[in-house]
Design a protein. Structure first.
Length: 115
């Protein structure tokens, strides 16, 4: 399958690993928007949040069980934000489910800063 993040999981494309277990892989975003910007992905190909089902949601549960530890490993020691862009309007660019874990600095509260 021609999926960038499946290739990263397989080690075919190098990445800066933060955490890995049977279910999940976490690595530094190549274009970080904050001092801590880690992507957490399931080791099973799920295209987006729209594709989460009863059968594969164990991967999502495992991701969220580990996010507090991954945030600390990534350098967010004073809070963090979790974002998942789903579909065109949200600007999803890689169609393998991923959660951005962002922190390590004070973050702007609003999606639209002028609000
Ligand atoms: P999206 O826009 O789909 O929510 O997020 C995709 C993220 O993947 C972006 O933040 C982008 O910087 C990151 N990204 C894209 N290609 C690579 C890559 O080859 N390696 C890493 N580490 N991150 C990538
Ligand atoms: Zn994939």
């Amino acid at each position: 399958m021609d999926c960038l993040f499946c290739k990263i999981i397989a080690g075919e494309i190098p990445s800066s690993k933060v955490y890995e277990d049977e279910y999940i892989y976490a690595f530094k975003d190549i274009n970080p928007e904050a001092p801590c910007h880690v992507l957490v992905i399931p080791k099973k190909h799920i295209a987006s949040m729209d594709e989460i089902t009863k059968e594969n949601s164990i991967y999502v549960a495992k991701i969220f069980e580990k996010i507090p530890e991954i945030a600390k490993l990534g350098g967010a020691n004073n809070g963090y934000r979790v974002i998942s862009n789903c579909g065109a309007d949200a600007g999803q660019t890689v169609f393998h489910l991923h959660y951005h874990v962002i922190g390590g600095t004070e973050l702007p509260i609003h999606v639209f800063p002028e609000k």
